[in-house]
Design a protein around this ligand. Structure first.
Ligand code: NDP
Ligand code: A1CAB
Length: 269
């Protein structure tokens, strides 16, 4: 793809910029980035990735083939209002914003191809897990461009728009749950006497090893767990403690809460 305009230059925008500029999906100078007011941040991204910082009124806005919206959901309307008159009529839109429906982009930016996606910050290293839904105005070329851009930062699944709420809960927010689990493991390990760096190294290797075993798909997650769990052994004692503390229920409420929050964001709350 030739010119991609990022509207929003925060963590998620940076994760995607890092992904697409390091794998050659888009030439760094053809990645135009604008934000609300933090110009130092745009300069930081330019120095790091070679992107082109852009301000409202700059000609690059009208040259973008794709406008990638990555502001916070509460800023979506204002961001659209600011660039609606500057975007080329044929430019397509790709949103990564939680909750914001395709219909809001159609209202704010007129009838044009819109893809709504939910990636995650693992885009930084090409390992995002992304869901994407598209409106009827998306033709073959834009579909291929969007799938190839999102594919260049990791795994991508085309889904129904309503499913994006659950995908946000599971995949968009997902890395944070894993980091939170890692924090809890490290806290427990260091409280019990292991030194911090050793605990961190072991935990990272446990997560990486378990993810790689899951990825081979030679056994179900429950079977893999059973292979670790000797009758009367340490794992059984640990899992019993997790069950007693309501682990599965806690995970189910976590996903429900995040999905509900995505639905609330969709209704402007
Ligand atoms: N962080 C994550 O893990 C994920 C986030 N998302 C989604 O990505 C979006 C961005 O999240 P995140 O990167 O964390 O947010 P950040 O707060 O890090 O970044 C938000 C960006 O939006 C910019 N902005 C605000 N208003 C405007 C405007 N009117 N015009 C142009 N730019 C504007 C801000 O600019 P300034 O700094 O100048 O105010 C800032 O660069 C959210 O909608 C979120 O739902 C999706 C998946 C994962
Ligand atoms: O927390 C959020 O709202 C965003 C969406 C998914 C991950 N971060």
């Amino acid at each position: 793809m030739k010119n991609v305009l990022f509207v929003g230059a925060g963590s998620m925008a940076e994760a995607i910029i890092a992904g697409i500029t390091s794998n050659g999906a888009v030439e760094p100078a053809s990645v135009f980035v604008m934000n609300k007011s933090d110009h130092a941040r745009l300069e930081e991204l330019r120095d790091k990735y070679g992107i082109t910082p852009v301000r409202s009124g700059d000609p690059e806005i009208g040259q973008a083939e794709l406008a990638l919206f990555a502001t916070k959901p509460k800023d979506a309307r204002q961001a659209m209002k600011e660039i609606a008159g500057q975007l080329h009529p044929s430019a397509a839109v790709l949103s990564v914003m939680a909750g914001i429906p395709i219909s809001l982009f159609e209202e704010g930016l007129g009838s044009r191809p819109v893809a709504r996606s939910m990636p995650n910050t693992s885009a930084t290293i090409g390992l995002a897990a992304t869901g994407v839904a598209m409106n009827d105005a998306v033709g073959d070329k834009v579909r291929q461009d969007v799938l190839s851009l999102l594919g260049s930062i990791g795994l991508v699944k085309e889904v129904e728009e309503d499913e994006l709420h659950l995908i946000t809960a599971l995949a968009g927010s997902g890395p944070a749950y894993v980091y939170y689990f890692a924090e809890a493991l490290e806290e427990a390990a260091t409280a019990s006497g292991l030194c911090g760096p050793d605990a961190r190294d072991l935990i990272v290797q446990v997560l990486e090893g378990a993810a790689a075993m899951l990825k081979r798909r030679t056994a179900e997650p429950a079977e893999l767990r059973e292979h670790v769990t000797s009758p009367g052994g340490t794992t059984a004692a640990g899992i019993r403690a997790l069950d007693d503390a309501g682990f599965r229920e806690a995970v189910a409420s976590c996903i429900r809460a995040a999905e509900n929050r995505s639905r609330e964001l969709a209704s402007g709350q």
